[in-house]
Design a binder for this molecule. Structure first.
Ligand SMILES: NC(=O)c1ccc[n+]([C@@H]2O[C@H](COP(=O)([O-])OP(=O)(O)OC[C@H]3O[C@@H](n4cnc5c(N)ncnc54)[C@H](O)[C@@H]3O)[C@@H](O)[C@H]2O)c1
Length: 251
C-alpha cells in the first residue's frame, strides 16, 4: 500500500528542515523526486542523501515566489523526469527581516508584510498554476500544501502576517480542490504543529515536554502523512486539512 511507483514528485523548499524528510520519504516509497530550494547547494545535498539511500532525485532550484522561474523549473523537471504528478508546497517561513526573527505586528514595517504572503500564499499558487493543467489532462494529480496551526488559530508570538499567508493558502486549496475534483486531482493541506527544527534551547525542551505526546514533530512525521495523501489510495480525500501536530491543536 501507498507505493508511489515512479510517480514524479516536486517538493519545494526541500533543501533543509521538513522538506528534506518529505523528499526522502517520498523517494523511499518509489517516487522520483525533484528537490526544489531557493539555494541550489541545499537542493543538491538532499538529492545526494536520496541517492545514497538508493532513491532517484534531481535538484530543481528556483524561487517559488517568481512565477516565471517556477514555470521554467517545472519545465526542466518535465524534461528530465516527466510531468509533475505530486506537488508538495513546503517552502514557507515565519520570520521576517534580515535575521528572520518573529515580529509583533505593531513593530513590523509595512514593507515586510508582502514577503510573508509572497512565500506562504503566492508560492503555492505559483506552483499549482504551473502543474495543475498537466495533472488535469493526465487524469492524476496530488497537490499537498504544508501549512501551520498558525493559519487556523490566533497566537500572540509575532506571526500575524505569516498566519495570514497560511490561512490564505488553506482557503485557496479548498477552492482549488473543488475546481479539479472531477479530474483525478486531489488538493489537501497538512497543518503542522511545533517541529523539531525550532532549536534545542532549554525553552524549546520545555515546550517539547509540554506537548500532548511529550515530543516535537520530525521531518519524517510530515513525510509519512504526505505519502498517504500522495498515494493512489487517498483518491477520495480532497479539500482537507490534516493536522500533523501530535494533538497540540484540535480545531
Ligand atoms: N518548523 C516548524 O516548526 C513549522 C511549524 C509549522 C509549519 N511549518 C511549515 O513547514 C514548512 C517547512 O518549514 P521548515 O521549518 O522546514 O523551514 P526551513 O526554513 O527550515 O526550510 C525552508 C527551506 O525553504 C527554502 N526557501 C525559502 N524561500 C524559498 C523560495 N522563495 N523558493 C524556494 N525555496 C525557498 C529555504 O532555502 C529552506 O531551505 C513551511 O511551510 C513552514 O511554514 C513549520
Amino acid at each position: 500500500m501507498f507505493e508511489l511507483n515512479g510517480r514524479v514528485a516536486l517538493v519545494t523548499g526541500a533543501g533543509q528542515g521538513m522538506g528534506v524528510g518529505i523528499a526522502r520519504v517520498l523517494a523511499a516509497q518509489g517516487a522520483r523526486v525533484a528537490v526544489n530550494d531557493l539555494i541550489d547547494e541545499r537542493a543538491k545535498q538532499t538529492v545526494g542523501q536520496i541517492e545514497a539511500a538508493g532513491g532517484e532525485a534531481m535538484p530543481a532550484a528556483f524561487d517559488v515566489t517568481r512565477f516565471g522561474d517556477v514555470e521554467a523549473g517545472v519545465a526542466r523537471v518535465a524534461e528530465a523526469f516527466g510531468p509533475v504528478e505530486i506537488l508538495v508546497n513546503n517552502a514557507g517561513n515565519a520570520g521576517g527581516g534580515p535575521t528572520m526573527q518573529l515580529m509583533q505586528f505593531r513593530e513590523m514595517p509595512v514593507t515586510e508584510w508582502r514577503r510573508f504572503v509572497d512565500i506562504n500564499l503566492y508560492g503555492p499558487a505559483n506552483c499549482c498554476k504551473a502543474v495543475v493543467d498537466g495533472m488535469c489532462e493526465s487524469g492524476f494529480g496530488r497537490i499537498i500544501t504544508i501549512s501551520s496551526g498558525a493559519g487556523q488559530m490566533g497566537l500572540p508570538i509575532g506571526i500575524s502576517l505569516y498566519g495570514a499567508g497560511k490561512s490564505g493558502a488553506i482557503g485557496f486549496q479548498r477552492h482549488l480542490a473543488l475546481e479539479v475534483a472531477r479530474s483525478g486531482v486531489t488538493v489537501n493541506t497538512v497543518s503542522l504543529g511545533l517541529m523539531s527544527n525550532v532549536g534545542d534551547t532549554e525553552a524549546v525542551k520545555g515546550l517539547a515536554a509540554s506537548q500532548p505526546t511529550g515530543r516535537l514533530g520530525t521531518p519524517e512525521d510530515v513525510g509519512h502523512a504526505v505519502v498517504y495523501l500522495a498515494s493512489d489510495e487517498a483518491s477520495w480525500v480532497t479539500g482537507q486539512v490534516l493536522g500533523v501536530n501530535g494533538g497540540a491543536f484540535l480545531p
